[in-house]
Design a binder for this molecule. Structure first.
Ligand code: AHR
Length: 512
């Protein structure tokens, strides 16, 4: 059996997790909003039309912040369409997802839903078909207390108190050819700067994220970040990153190695942001907002992406996640935790139905996909000081395939440790998140937790299934779910456990 040695020290920390690291994303896309979080005719819906069964699962999942309303959708969205009397709201063509947008759910409904879900709102403004003027008006509508036309309009609409939205995204994926009114880095840098200035003139307390590349595979990655930050550096707090992991190549070992490329991506963006700071002799540090991440590939193309005939809320991007996906996904959670010093916000894309941990049947049941489990562990147990770990374990090599448009890209990963791990020191807890990437063999781990004298096991849970293609469905919603891990031994500050082959494990200890 392969074995690993893990050494950590209570006093050696990478950083403390920001509450916003555990976010998710709700876009007007397919059945994420309509038939997902909002379905007035559903038996569990409240008087505002919010599905109670979905809200219950969202609270269990534990996201802390939710990005809205897109995504690609936001680049053609007129926010004014989604406020005011519902019967007067226009139906529009949504060009991003080739659907009809009925606008019966908009900004104010989203704010109410956030309060019920106990999450902070993260709003994106349209810097595609609209621009700085529409953006500053939306900030005024949302955040100004009253006494101006726009803030009084919000009050007339039924929301007397300001929404006080703190976190704003300056557009979405503005480098992507698929984006409405895509821009060059110089065009976007200029527009984002002017939007940022005006939005902060309205409310200086807000924080802003500028768009980074829509993927590390984009041909302009690197240059885009540099030019955009050279324009916006003085006006923003964050730059965004997006990654969707895939297993198009049907190479599980490479798929499970792919979260290591998220580590590289984060470190590269940090280097570029800090190089821009260095050129200005600035001590300011731009933080990272990894505001779209997930596994997504099966429904990325063809008729699972858009449906003909301009439907309302079509069932698109309804990726059914497997055990294998949950493992790659868990690796992504570990990559985010291990960069808690610079990744200060992150959003699982998305929350319900469209590439989501929660699935629903319109008019029917709601259930947890396989990826629900690692996210719930991450969001509920991942808060605290992330400790540095030294891991001594066997490695393997893999080549990860990532298509970029019509081009295929191959990323060789010569040294992939079989064990990927993050260690979190909470108030009086020590939590380990561990991914055993060995597909055939269990792994024995020996953890030396220096500085912790009396560890006591509180929870040992593992997610694994002999069938890596196993998925949860409406008929079999609990096929993949965590179970107790037996045989964990603790003596003082030493822990020994055996992780099943191809598994995601959480070990939580009381730590004095
Ligand atoms: O999350 C699905 C889509 O992926 C988003 O709308 C877009 O930003 C990204 O390309």
């Amino acid at each position: 059996m392969p074995s690993s040695k893990v050494l950590l020290d209570r006093d050696f920390a990478i950083g403390t997790t920001d509450r916003r690291l555990f976010g998710a994303f709700v876009e007007h896309l397919g059945r994420c909003v309509y038939g997902g979080i909002y379905e007035p005719d559903h038996p569990s819906a409240d008087e505002r039309g919010f599905r109670g069964d979905v809200l219950k699962l969202v609270r269990e999942l534990g996201p802390t912040i939710v990005r809205y309303p897109g995504g690609n959708f936001v680049s053609g969205y007129d926010w004014e369409d989604g406020v005011g009397p519902v019967e007067k709201r226009p139906r529009r063509l949504d060009l991003a997802w080739q659907s009809i947008e009925p606008n019966t759910f908009g900004t104010n409904e989203f704010m109410d839903w956030c309060r019920l879900a106990n999450v902070e709102p993260m709003l994106a403004v349209n810097l595609g078909t609209r621009g700085p003027d529409a953006a500053r008006r939306l900030v005024e509508y949302c955040n100004h207390p009253g006494g101006t036309t726009l803030s009084d309009l919000r009050r007339e609409h039924g929301w007397p108190e300001p929404h006080d939205v703190k976190f704003w995204c300056l557009g979405n994926e503005m480098d992507g050819p698929w984006q409405m009114e895509r821009k060059t880095p110089v065009e976007y840098g200029r527009v984002a700067t002017e939007a940022a200035k005006m939005m902060k003139m309205v409310d200086p307390s807000i924080e802003l994220a500028v768009c980074g590349s829509s993927a590390r595979t984009m041909p302009t990655f690197g240059e885009w970040e540099r030019i955009v930050l050279e324009h916006t550096f003085d006006h923003v707090e964050y730059i965004s990153l997006h990654t969707y992991l895939n297993n198009y190549a049907e190479d599980t070992a490479a798929f499970l190695a792919s979260p290591d490329l998220m580590d590289s991506f984060i470190e590269e963006v940090v280097a570029i942001a800090d190089a821009v700071a260095a050129e200005r002799r600035s001590s300011k540090r731009i933080m990272l907002s990894f505001d779209e991440w997930n596994v997504w590939y099966r429904t990325r193309r063809g008729d699972t992406r858009v449906r003909e005939g301009w439907p309302v809320a079509p069932p698109i991007l309804e990726e059914v996640y497997t055990m294998e996906d949950a493992l790659a996904f868990g690796g992504a959670c570990i990559a985010l935790l291990n960069h808690a010093d610079r990744v200060r916000a992150a959003c699982l894309a998305q929350l319900v139905n469209a590439i989501a941990p929660i699935m629903t049947q319109t008019g029917g049941a709601a259930w947890r996909q396989t990826i629900f489990w690692p996210f719930a562990d991450f969001a509920n147990l991942g808060h605290g000081k992330v400790l540095r770990t030294q891991i001594d374990c066997p490695t393997y090599s893999a080549t990860y395939y990532d298509p970029r448009g019509k081009e295929d890209l191959y990323f060789p990963l010569p040294e992939v440790p079989y064990l990927k791990l993050a260690a979190i020191h909470g108030d009086d807890t020590l939590t380990l998140f561990a991914l055993n990437r060995h597909l055939d063999e269990p792994m024995r781990i020996n953890v030396s937790a220096r500085g912790f004298s009396e560890l006591a096991l509180e929870r040992a849970q593992t997610l694994h299934n002999g069938d890596l293609r196993a998925a949860n469905t409406q008929d079999d919603p609990d096929r993949v779910r965590p179970e107790a891990l037996q045989g964990v031994e603790i003596r003082g500050s030493e822990l020994v456990a055996t992780l099943p082959a191809a598994s995601w494990t959480v070990l939580r200890m009381r730590a004095r």
